[in-house]
Write a protein that binds this ligand. Structure first.
Ligand code: SF4
Length: 282
């Protein structure tokens, strides 16, 4: 028997302008030239990456970039460290720079702090492309940390400048800042979290409470996906995280329930629509 679910997609979920810009740029070149190299996954969403690969997008890593010559390479929204630009120049590579303006601004601020000889702490995820790009502005001297536990293992300078990766949670950032000040450090804190992410907290929370169940769609590698999923789960404990419609199970839902579908800044709308179709088939 059909479950007859009442399904809505959150109109405010989906790609942020940084991701739209990078994908538009890639699609334009793919349409003209049939292929394009991209340094790292263009977006933290495997399904969208697969769609673009089918159009000719070739994802490469930094090692392959060092071997490549006389080609065009797209830099995705996360931005890159200065070293990448140096290699490109050396290898006669034309960079199609789709670094998000919000990330570029943060890179500049960190570079200025470093030039002014400030000690720099970056609240961010180790190994994340954006964070590597930020550290690169400081000759890799900035201290990157993921949580307070990590800072507890280090000897911190008495005074420093604190920045954040653009997709971190604002609540955690301010809690860390307050704790560091309480411990006697002189902290010059810059909340550099992207408003495309943080402005969604309230909207998502309001969306999530309106439904019996929520299906949150995001890639497993997406940082803001994890943050925004938690926001949804706090508002509605009946929230399921999926990266693909096939991960859903019909027994998660009961007859005539209302279901809201939402996602991260890296979640394509077509993927949320596929989730909707799958739900309609139950
Ligand atoms: S989340 Fe913000 S900083 Fe990151 S790509 Fe999107 S607009 Fe740019």
């Amino acid at each position: 028997m059909a479950l007859n679910l009442k399904i809505s997609i959150d109109q405010d979920s989906g790609f942020c302008f940084g991701v739209v810009y990078a994908i538009d740029m890639a699609e334009e070149i793919l349409a003209e030239e049939g292929y394009l190299y991209c340094l790292g996954d263009i977006v933290h969403n495997d399904e969208e990456v697969a769609r673009l690969k089918a159009k000719g997008l070739r994802i490469i890593g930094h090692e392959q970039l060092a071997e490549l010559k006389n080609e065009k390479v797209l830099i995705r929204a996360h931005g890159e460290a200065p070293e990448t630009y140096r290699i490109a120049l050396e290898n006669n590579i034309t960079l199609i720079d789709a670094s998000c303006p919000v990330v570029l601004k943060l890179q500049n601020r960190i570079k200025t702090s470093h030039d002014n000889e400030e000690k720099i702490l970056v609240y961010g995820k180790h190994g994340h492309a954006e964070v590597i790009g930020l550290q690169g502005q400081t000759n890799n001297e900035a201290i990157v940390f993921q949580d307070m536990d990590e800072l507890d293992q280090m000897e911190l300078p008495a005074s420093f400048t604190l920045y954040s990766q653009t997709t971190k949670s604002t609540d955690s950032f301010y809690a860390i800042k307050d704790e560091l000040i309480k411990r006697g450090h002189e902290v010059k804190a810059h909340d550099t979290i992207c408003r495309q992410v943080s402005n969604r907290y309230a909207d998502l929370g309001r969306f999530a409470v309106q439904f019996d169940k929520i299906v949150f769609v995001a890639g497993k590698k997406s940082s803001n996906g994890k943050v925004l999923y938690e926001v949804c789960r706090k508002s509605n404990p009946n929230t399921f995280f999926v990266s693909d419609p096939l991960e859903m199970q019909s027994d998660w839902f009961n007859e005539n329930e209302t279901v809201g579908i939402c996602g991260a800044t890296s979640t394509p709308r077509w993927l949320m629509e596929s989730v909707q179709k799958q739900l309609e088939a139950y």
